[in-house]
Design a binder for this molecule. Structure first.
Ligand SMILES: Cc1cc2nc3c(=O)[nH]c(=O)nc-3n(C[C@H](O)[C@H](O)[C@H](O)COP(=O)(O)OP(=O)(O)OC[C@H]3O[C@@H](n4cnc5c(N)ncnc54)[C@H](O)[C@@H]3O)c2cc1C
Length: 393
């Protein structure tokens, strides 16, 4: 750590998050004089929060198809040149035990703090310095760049903007990265909270609000994409991995569709039971597949099985397999794991992360318009984009 600003460095990195620390390591390994400026006292605060405190630091299946962006191919090159295996090798070199939870999601066994310590140790051995409690206010062009900060001015040949997105302001998120991009003529794809819970509008809230805590596996569709995973009813709406992933594709006013029972055909099951002698009701049939309270709510008002008309079966099947609602809003940046949108990648080199408009200006991590799915993809993007930027800056 540093405790004062030098006059001049080769590379100033804005933000000591995942991307900033990693870019600093790579640039410093090349002999650059690197200074990371961070307005929090503690670097890597979001890493500490991540993965429930265990940091889902990568996903073995990270490839461009697991990210969305207005420019979907952009992430391909950086992801191919710095892979999950590369990051795992680094974690192994530091003796940090990890495990695969499922579907390629790798977590630290003990604590996210070990990942932060590893990054700080790498910064230290490469010679990159980190200046905490230093808020970057603006960046201007001179023979290189002139930064104005809360601790004074800093001149630098290159700048890596790794100031992250807007999610979780209470751990330091600001719009600085987008302001710098716009100041230098970059287009910023409109931002919105992503990987975030959705709030019901009043009718669904009245119907389901008391199911808070009920969870089940479901298929959730929004914006033409479907995610199958767990969902969780909250007091205000829906959360859980399938909803968080779908939220990244949701736009205000658009519908979201939930199949609560993706492995069964409820209409078929009802028809099959009709002729039987058992005492099955629509609710008990649903209850074999769904949590009881949800089954009760979906089957509310359904006649007994012997009295079900064809249109009752069609309606119930629609409720179970195509439950469609228009969310009132998301839970917002206060809880969103990431920010979708960001610096338009068509104006940034996919191999070096350097601005195509301003030589010497680089972007890395979440500030770019690249948003990963849940499960370690966003950190892998931070490492890969920062690796590309740090190798060039
Ligand atoms: C609760 C939570 C859990 C998550 N869990 C996971 C997970 O398990 N796996 C995964 O892949 N992703 C996870 N994510 C997403 C992941 O944390 C982000 O994608 C990642 O941290 C982005 O890295 P970044 O370096 O681009 O931005 P950040 O980590 O946000 O870093 C940006 C840094 O810039 C600093 N900064 C901002 N403005 C200024 C300024 N004006 N001056 C100085 N410094 C400034 C900030 O304080 C911050 O330290 C999670 C996110 C959240 C919120």
């Amino acid at each position: 750590m540093a405790n004062a600003l030098p006059d001049r460095v080769d590379v100033a990195v804005i933000g000591a998050g995942a991307a900033g620390l990693f870019a600093a390591i790579e640039a410093a390994k090349r002999g650059r004089r690197v200074m990371v400026l961070e307005h929090n006292r503690e670097p890597g605060r979001k890493i500490l929060l991540s993965g429930g405190g265990r940091c889902n630091f990568t996903n073995l299946h990270a490839g461009a198809s697991r990210y969305h962006s207005e420019n979907p191919d952009f992430a391909r090159s950086a992801l191919a040149r710095y892979t999950p295996a590369d990051f795992v090798a680094l974690v192994d070199r530091h003796g940090i035990p990890w495990h695969e939870k499922k579907d390629g999601q790798l977590f630290a066994d003990r604590s996210a703090r070990e990942i932060v310590r590893m990054l700080l140790a790498e910064c230290d051995s490469a010679g990159a310095r980190i200046l905490p409690d230093c808020r970057v206010l603006s960046v201007e062009r001179d023979d290189g760049f002139a930064l104005s900060t809360s601790l004074g001015p800093l001149r630098t040949a290159a700048v890596v903007v790794a100031a992250g997105g807007l999610s979780i302001p209470k751990v330091g998120a600001t719009d600085l990265g987008y302001r710098i991009a716009a100041r230098f003529g970059h287009r910023v794809v409109p931002c919105r909270p992503a990987l975030v819970a959705l709030r019901f509008a009043e009718p669904e809230r009245a119907r389901f609000g008391d199911l808070a805590g009920v969870a089940t596996e479901a298929a959730v569709s929004a914006g033409g994409r479907t995610f199958r995973e767990r969902i969780l009813f909250t007091h205000r709406g829906l959360s859980g991995p399938a909803v968080l992933d779908a939220s990244s594709f949701w736009t205000p006013g658009a519908p979201v569709t939930v199949d609560f029972c993706p492995d069964a055909d409820i209409a078929e099951e009802i028809r099959a039971r009709r002729g039987g002698t058992g005492r099955s009701s629509p609710r008990s049939i649903l209850g074999e597949r769904l949590p009881d309270r949800l089954a009760e709510r979906l089957a509310a008002g359904c006649p007994r099985i012997a009295e079900l008309r064809r249109e009752d079966v069609t309606r119930l099947s629609g409720e179970v397999h195509r439950f469609t609602f228009v969310p009132a809003e998301t839970e917002g940046y206060g809880t969103a794991e990431v920010t979708a949108g960001g610096v338009d990648t068509r104006e940034v080199s996919g191999t070096t992360m350097e601005s195509r408009l301003v030589p010497g200006l680089y972007f890395a991590g979440e500030v770019l318009d690249v948003t990963g799915e849940l499960g370690g993809f966003n950190f892998q993007w931070a490492w890969a984009s920062a690796h590309a930027a740090g190798r060039s800056a």
